[in-house]
Design a protein around this ligand. Structure first.
Ligand code: CA
Length: 234
């Protein structure tokens, strides 16, 4: 990847040790990192640099991460990866509702961080509804004709299960809310029978042999919805 096309990643993080390790990691992964050590500096830096992606710590001096996120969302639809503290799981949901694209809990693994960034950058521009075949090596979904294969073997899904899977893989890494899933897979009004989503997800995971909740590519985000997690590789 040439320097000219290398994605620019702005890290808004007040801990200099974390920044230094992120700087090395991001450079090694082919990105051009920049740093702001507080929320106000982060917004200034964002306006100056127009980065391709923002890594945002939530606990920041001068302006906290929530406020930074809110202001970023008024300015831009740049992908934002939140760094949240361990044990504050509810922050995930708040962050996603606030417009973050993804989150990682500290301490995170370097490989996982890079994989998440790649996934966020791949998603730009946003997913096209005219995608005809989704294939990430884990599952192949023929969105035009309706076929699904796992490891080269066809899997038979119900029409609802297929629409559910199609909705999830069209938005890899992005959480779809219960209401969005009802609309996309059932063509139902918001709020109608959310229990059916859980039931259909269970069926889908079973048919795709993704029943282990820890490793299933279809991740449940409590109180919010589900997302298709991009594979950790590359
Ligand atoms: Ca912090």
């Amino acid at each position: 990847m040439s320097v000219a096309s290398a994605p620019r990643v702005l890290v808004i993080e007040d801990d200099p040790d974390i920044w230094r390790s992120l700087e090395l990691l991001l450079q090694g992964a082919g990105y051009v990192p920049s740093w702001a050590a507080d929320g106000l500096a982060g917004l200034d830096r964002f306006a100056d640099d127009r980065p391709d992606l923002v890594v945002l710590d939530l606990g920041l001096p001068k302006l906290d991460g929530w406020t930074v996120l809110e202001r970023l969302r008024h300015l831009s639809d740049v992908p934002v990866l939140l760094l949240t503290a361990r044990g504050l799981e509810h922050e995930k949901v708040r962050g996603l509702l606030g417009g973050a694209d993804d989150y990682l809990t500290k301490p995170y693994g370097n490989d996982e961080l890079v994989a998440r960034l790649r996934s966020l950058l791949r998603r730009r521009p946003p997913p096209h509804d005219d995608l005809t075949v989704f294939d990430d090596g884990r599952v192949r979904v023929d969105l035009a004709r309706g076929g699904v294969e796992v490891a080269g073997s066809p899997v038979v899904l119900t029409p609802t299960e297929f629409r559910l899977l199609a909705a999830l893989v069209r938005h890899p890494g992005q959480v779809l809310t219960h209401d969005q899933l009802l609309e996309l897979a059932w063509r139902q009004a918001p709020g109608a029978g959310r229990g059916r989503i859980k039931f259909a997800i269970l069926g889908l995971r079973r048919k795709l042999s993704w029943t282990d909740a820890e490793t299933s590519p279809i991740e449940s985000v409590r109180g919010f919805g589900y997302r298709y997690v991009a594979p950790l590789r590359g």
